[in-house]
Write a protein that binds this ligand. Structure first.
Ligand SMILES: C[S@@+](CC[C@H](N)C(=O)[O-])C[C@H]1O[C@@H](n2cnc3c(N)ncnc32)[C@H](O)[C@@H]1O
Length: 280
């Protein structure tokens, strides 16, 4: 963990550090799977795959890139609808975890320099990944370059209240440990690209920018899913690198809250953007 020992900005640096992302945070899909499992308890459930497909419209025969595809949440559904999909990710481990037909193209790629010809795509996705990119504006410029005029771009980041209750619990657990004083950014949630900033950036490179804030609630009667989610985070890794193991305290705090109130409620918010490439 290269940047973990610097005195300031610990997790902020890690969150965009290519080596850390490719070989630790996303070395394989284990941690992402742990985080995604939290949404099995979302009520009402938001079907993000369906929301994305609705924004893309007809994809059969269309060339679609999934930038920062992770474990392929959108790759399979796109391929099964007849799209010619290219799955791109910084991590070879994540690309290996994608279950999709052999015809789906896969490449290790940085969103800031896509190995894709100009104007060759009908659509591109950048779902829950722009906050990992050192220069998100450059990634958007790249996406715009690769799309044909009128091509569709769909991107998502967390909304302002996303998992706010987990963030509050996290900060409470860090109180008095000294970790907060040492690390300039030890927040549980990566908020590097807030929705309003993304709206502005998209406006510079795309036309017809639309945003939907998809909000719901995760309801937990058991601490397990949130404990696994939080422990898989960069914040927990950075805290552990400083000798702080919060798993027992975290579990205890959640058990207490659930015992008292009958459940633990978490706000979920996805800022889902859709835009069109201009005549570039
Ligand atoms: C939170 S996951 C999201 C995965 C998927 N898009 C989804 O929504 O399920 C972020 C993914 O972005 C990838 N990533 C991070 N930085 C990247 C970059 N600069 N270029 C391409 N992929 C990147 C990570 O390896 C990881 O697979």
């Amino acid at each position: 963990m290269k940047a973990a020992r610097s005195r300031k900005g610990v997790t902020l640096e890690l969150r965009t550090d290519r080596a850390y992302l490719a070989t630790t945070a996303y070395a394989d899909d284990g941690p992402l799977t742990d985080r995604m499992a939290l949404y099995e308890h979302q009520r009402p459930r938001i079907d993000l795959e369906a929301e994305v497909l609705a924004r893309l419209g007809e994809v059969a025969g269309r060339r679609v890139a999934d930038i920062g595809c992770g474990n392929g949440r959108y790759v399979g559904p796109l391929a099964s609808r007849g799209a010619a999909v290219v799955a791109l990710d910084l991590s070879v481990g994540m690309l290996r975890s994608v279950t999709a037909p052999a015809r789906v193209g896969r490449a290790v790629a940085d969103a800031q320099a896509l190995p894709v010809r100009a104007r060759s795509l009908d659509a591109a996705l950048a779902m829950h990944m722009l906050y990992h990119v050192p220069d998100p504006a450059l990634a958007l410029r790249e996406a715009a370059r690769t799309l044909r005029p009128g091509g569709r771009f769909v991107a998502a980041v967390g909304g302002p209240r996303h998992l706010a209750e987990a963030g509050e619990l996290w900060r409470r657990l860090l109180e008095g440990t000294g970790v907060q004083d040492e690390a300039a950014d030890i927040d549980l949630i990566n908020r590097r690209v807030p929705k309003d900033a993304l709206a502005r950036l998209l406006g510079e490179h795309f036309a017809e920018v639309e945003c939907s804030l998809l909000a719901s609630t995760v309801v937990l009667q058991d601490p397990g899913p949130l404990v696994r989610h939080m422990l898989s985070s960069t914040a927990a890794r950075a805290a552990a690198a400083r000798g702080l193991d919060i798993s027992n305290r975290l579990r205890g705090a959640l058990e207490e809250a659930i015992g008292k109130d009958g459940a633990f409620w978490l706000t979920t918010e996805v800022a889902l953007f859709s835009a069109r490439a201009g005549g570039n």
